[in-house]
Ligand binder design. Structure first.
Ligand code: FE2
Ligand code: FE2
Length: 385
């Protein structure tokens, strides 16, 4: 998430960013939107009552939390499916798979498995909501963004854009630091990734039959490697966001069963993050380090060498550094961070994904509906008996 960027940028800047995306008028009119995907928590009182009648109590707050989680998982599923079609173990773009394998020989398998996990998260959450008499989340009407034209990609409408991303890589320095964003810290980018594809754009841009030697030779091979490296950093960005999001949402759950769902899924998001953290480091370590996309100029430097290196950048320091937690007066502790709603909650997640360009090309209605879900989730408060 753009948590760290949020800290650098005042709230007004984020608001301005948001308004640039959805437009002032549509932003202000958002309250009037109807539709299953955007039922406000207050409209779900009947759902809670239904659950109660069945002897399975679930509060409006819990419904709002789970509905946002379902939306986030549907979004995650959409982006992971795009990666999987091209670079997964049964993916269709051989050159992309080879470039990913330069980060780790098992990358295609891990991509396929991560995709399966997201599909299961989305399906489970919606089924659980239904089992409680609550409305499941359906974002199908927003599957309108174009697919990649490269060999391997299905030609279907997408929820998310992976063809041009601004990837926030400050998670890399944040998890190596003893400072915590919840206590006011901000972190620098490890790699500056602006307007870079994370999947191949077309066969003329990066032929699917090309070899991907290390280091890459030729412009098209180098561009494909830069695209695969971007994917590596994007995987970790998405999953560290999930780690914080589920931690934040857990603190708002009222029923023990909902809490069980949130911590159990959240643990797997953190598992994913840890895996991708390791793989992303290989893009910025020898022998692969030094790739520069000839189209965009995006550069993947050697983070083990000056001016980088040290605790903040060393690529094999992939486990979280113990950090300040709760109070600067307490000993440092190795934890997921941030865990405050302001920096890692539902609204913060959607704002971060927007800054990532993940929703580039989406309609104003889409932003209104996901923001409504996010605000309802953030408004939930723990109500334990
Ligand atoms: Fe997930
Ligand atoms: Fe995930």
């Amino acid at each position: 998430m753009k948590i760290d960027g949020n800290l650098k940028a005042p709230e007004e800047e984020l608001h301005a960013l948001w308004q640039r995306v959805v437009g002032r008028r549509s932003f202000l009119k958002g309250v009037g939107v109807a539709g299953a995907a955007a039922l406000p928590a207050s409209a779900l009182g009947t759902a809670a009552a239904l659950g109660k009648a069945k002897g399975a109590r679930i509060t409006d707050g819990d419904v709002a939390i789970l509905r946002f989680a379902a939306a986030a998982e549907i979004i995650e599923t959409d982006l992971w499916q795009q990666y999987n079609e091209l670079g997964g173990v049964e993916g269709g773009n051989a050159a992309y798979q080879l470039a990913l394998q330069n980060l780790d020989g098992d990358m295609p398998q891990y991509i396929a498995d991560n995709t399966d996990d997201e599909v299961s998260h989305a399906a489970f959450l919606n089924a659980y909501l239904k089992s409680k008499g609550a409305e499941p989340v359906n974002l199908d009407e927003f599957r309108t963004l174009p697919s990649s034209e490269a060999t391997g990609a299905r030609q279907v409408g997408r929820l998310t854009n992976l063809l041009q991303l601004d990837v926030d890589t400050s998670w890399y320095t944040r998890y190596r630091s003893r400072l915590n964003p919840d206590l006011g810290a901000a972190f620098e980018q490890a790699v500056t990734i602006k307007k870079e594809p994370a999947i191949p754009v077309s066969d003329s841009d990066t032929p699917p039959t090309q070899q991907q030697p290390v280091p890459p030779v030729g412009d098209q091979e180098t561009r494909m490697q830069a695209i695969a490296n971007t994917a590596g950093f994007h995987f970790a960005y998405i999953e560290q966001g999930g780690s914080s999001l589920y931690t934040v949402l857990s603190l708002k759950a009222s029923s023990l069963e909902v809490l069980r769902i949130l911590v159990s899924i959240g643990g797997v998001e953190t598992n994913h993050f840890s895996l991708w953290h390791d793989k992303a480091g290989n893009a910025v370590a020898q022998p692969l380090a030094g790739v520069v996309d000839p189209e965009t100029g995006v550069k993947f430097p050697d983070l083990n060498s000056p001016p980088f290196g040290g605790e903040e950048f060393q690529t094999n320091l992939i486990l979280p550094e113990p950090t300040q937690f709760i109070s600067k007066d307490l000993p440092v502790c190795s934890v997921v961070r941030p865990s405050q709603a302001e920096f890692g909650g539902a609204v913060a997640t959607i704002e971060s994904f927007t800054a990532d360009r993940l929703f580039q090309g989406q309609s104003a209605k889409f932003f209104r509906e996901v923001m409504k879900l996010a605000k309802a989730a953030d408004a939930a408060r723990r109500d334990a008996d």
